[in-house]
Design a protein around this ligand. Sequence first.
Ligand code: NAP
Length: 332
Amino acid sequence: MNANQILLNSRPEGLPTADNFKQTSVELPTITSGEFLVKNLWMSVDPYMRGRMIDRESYIAPFQIGQVLEGGSIGEVIESNNPEFPIGSRVSAMHGWRSHYVTDGSDHTRLPNTPMSESHFLGVLGMPGMTAWTGLTRIAALKEGDTLFVSGAAGAVGSVVCQLGKLMGAKVVASVGSDEKAAHLRDLGVDAVINYKTTKDLSAALKQAAPQGIDVYFENVGGEHLTAALNNMNDHGRIAVCGMISQYNDTAPTPGPNNLGMIIIKKLKIEGFIVFEHWDHYPEFAKQMGQWLATGAVKAEQTIYQGLEQAPAAFIGLFEGKNRGKMLVKLD
Ligand SMILES: NC(=O)c1ccc[n+]([C@@H]2O[C@H](COP(=O)([O-])OP(=O)(O)OC[C@H]3O[C@@H](n4cnc5c(N)ncnc54)[C@H](OP(=O)(O)O)[C@@H]3O)[C@@H](O)[C@H]2O)c1
């Protein structure tokens, strides 16, 4: 049988364009002993994939031109010669950007039977949710009564950070790129929301939203957001540096914040993290998050593009603010 797949066609300069991607068809081998055939149902697009499109050393290998792209996926086993993955099993893997594939299952996880959509294992119950939980609990050690500032707050990670912040007893201040996203976060219980696109002075807006100062900053955006946060941090504040999406498409080095001296003056602790280094804590997270989802204490948001051919548009949309919650592609 043939599989459709999307390759990296060329390395983006600045914001990726459709030309950087190429859809092809490939004939799949017949499954042999121990192997199975997966039909993908869902795939994830994530901001970190932009870093993998650059040919440089990082915590994860770069994509190569002509190589099928990779990313989180959920699929269904439709033919099997592997008793651990019988026909009908739902599996998660890093085999997105393709309709079908053959595997021996070595890097696959069988998903539990659950009444909720399996797509949540790519979002709130998967890597982004785990990132939110890790940053708040293991990196920033958020406490009841803290004031938490979250940038990129309506996205896959940010929307979970906001909700967990409220559950953990913090005052939550958020920054997003549209009034519609701001209204939605207020509905979720966020105390104050800034639309950074219509705000002239982010530091002043943050001071107004959090006159008592910021104890924890969950950094998703970088640049001006980091400058504004540093200006408004309280003494001994903590910054969990998760991402800096405002810089991922930069074609030249971005000037740093001009107020790094605040780190000394305010005795700040700033720590970057990569969620995969904390994956041994996934069972603890999944148990807690499963309960929060079941009781409705956390609401899972998704923005869904339909069809493999829409995957490049969904990916590019991350840098244009097109998603609320987790950006996903549902395969036909
Ligand atoms: N350290 C880790 O292990 C780890 C794991 C997962 C994710 N991350 C990082 O966490 C951050 C959020 O990831 P995610 O998966 O949750 O993505 P996401 O927030 O669901 O999607 C990206 C969002 O970022 C905002 N954005 C895009 N360009 C921006 C810019 N120039 N300035 C300000 N905001 C911008 C947009 O929202 P607006 O409409 O609000 O602009 C967009 O919807 C990213 O930086 C990502 O790299 C890190």
